[in-house]
Design a binder for this molecule. Structure first.
Ligand SMILES: Nc1nc2c(ncn2[C@@H]2O[C@H](COP(=O)(O)OP(=O)(O)OP(=O)(O)O)[C@@H](O)[C@H]2O)c(=O)[nH]1
Ligand SMILES: [Mg+2]
Length: 238
C-alpha cells in the first residue's frame, strides 16, 4: 500500500474532478481520497465511478455541506484507520498543480518536517489570475494571523500541504471547530506549536479552472474573529 494519501474535498467540482485525479495519478503513486459533501451537481457519483475503475482512488461521502474543516477531519480519520504515514491536502479546482504534489511529498519524506506547505507567500511563490483586491485580502489575512498567533509560517491558510500522520495524531482534532480557511490556520499553528519543523515550499497558485468559488464573507469573518480571540488569549496568558 502507498504510504501517502491525498485528500481532495469537493463541493460541485464536476468539471474539475476527472482532470485533477488523472493529473495526480500521472505524476505520483499517491493514493487519492475524494471527500464529497453531497454535491448537487453529481461530483460524488462521478468520484464513485472513477474509484470503481481506477486503482488507488477512494471516496468518502458526507450528506451535508459542512465546510472544508469537517471534510478534512473525516478524511484524516479515514487515513488514520489505514495507517498512512503522510496525508496531503489539495483543492479539486486546479488551483494547486498536481505535478507539485509529488515534490511536496518528496520534501516531506526526506526532511524532518512534520508539515510541508505549498506556499504562496515565500520567495518564489506567487498567485496567478487573482484580482489585486483578492490577493491583498489573502496577504493581509495571512499577515494578521502570523502576527496575532506569533507564527513563523507565511502561508497559514494554504490548502496545499503534506502532514506527517503521527504529528497530526498528536493534535486533538476533536477540539478543532473552524470550518473554512480558518481550519487550515488552526491545524498549521497547532502542529507548529508542538515544536515540529515546518517547511514552506514556494508554489504558483492559479485561479480555479472551472466551476464557482465557494469563498464567502462568512469564511473571512470566521477567520478574523477566531484569530483575534486566539491572539488575545496569547496576550492574557503571558
Ligand atoms: N467536501 C467539501 N468540500 C468543500 C467545501 N467547501 C469547499 N470545498 C472544496 O474545497 C476546495 C477548496 O475550496 P475553497 O478554496 O474554499 O473554495 P473555492 O471555491 O476553491 O474558492 P477559491 O478560493 O475562490 O478558489 C475545493 O476543492 C472545494 O470544492 C465543503 O463544504 N465541503
Ligand atoms: Mg479554490
Amino acid at each position: 500500500m502507498s504510504r501517502a494519501l491525498v485528500i481532495i474535498p469537493t463541493y460541485n467540482e464536476i468539471d474539475n474532478l476527472a482532470s485533477i485525479i488523472e493529473r495526480v495519478r500521472a505524476s505520483s503513486a499517491i493514493d487519492i481520497l475524494v471527500v464529497d459533501d453531497g454535491s448537487p451537481d453529481g461530483t460524488g457519483a462521478l468520484a464513485d465511478a472513477i474509484a470503481q475503475s481506477t486503482p488507488r482512488v477512494f471516496t468518502l461521502h458526507r450528506t451535508v455541506k459542512a465546510g472544508l474543516g469537517p471534510a478534512y477531519i473525516a478524511g484524516f480519520q479515514w487515513a488514520f484507520e489505514r495507517d498512512y504515514e503522510w496525508v496531503a491536502e489539495m483543492d479539486a479546482d486546479g488551483s494547486h498543480d498536481p505535478a507539485v504534489l509529488a515534490t511536496l511529498v518528496t520534501i516531506a519524506e526526506h526532511s524532518e518536517a512534520a508539515l510541508v506547505i505549498g506556499s504562496r507567500w515565500v520567495p518564489g511563490g506567487t498567485i496567478s489570475g487573482w484580482s489585486r483586491v483578492r490577493e491583498a485580502i489573502s496577504r493581509a489575512g495571512n499577515g494578521y494571523a502570523r502576527f496575532a498567533l506569533g507564527s513563523r509560517i507565511h502561508d497559514l491558510t494554504a490548502g496545499f500541504r503534506v502532514i506527517r500522520t503521527d504529528a497530526l495524531r498528536t493534535v486533538n482534532l476533536s477540539t478543532i471547530s473552524s470550518s473554512g480557511y480558518c481550519f487550515q490556520i488552526e491545524v498549521a499553528h497547532r502542529i507548529e506549536r508542538t515544536g515540529e519543523a515546518v517547511i514552506e515550499h514556494p508554489i504558483v497558485f492559479r485561479e480555479r479552472e472551472a466551476g464557482v468559488s465557494k469563498m464567502h464573507l462568512g469564511i473571512v469573518v470566521e477567520a478574523l474573529w477566531r484569530i483575534t480571540l486566539w491572539g488575545l488569549a496569547r496576550i492574557v496568558s503571558r
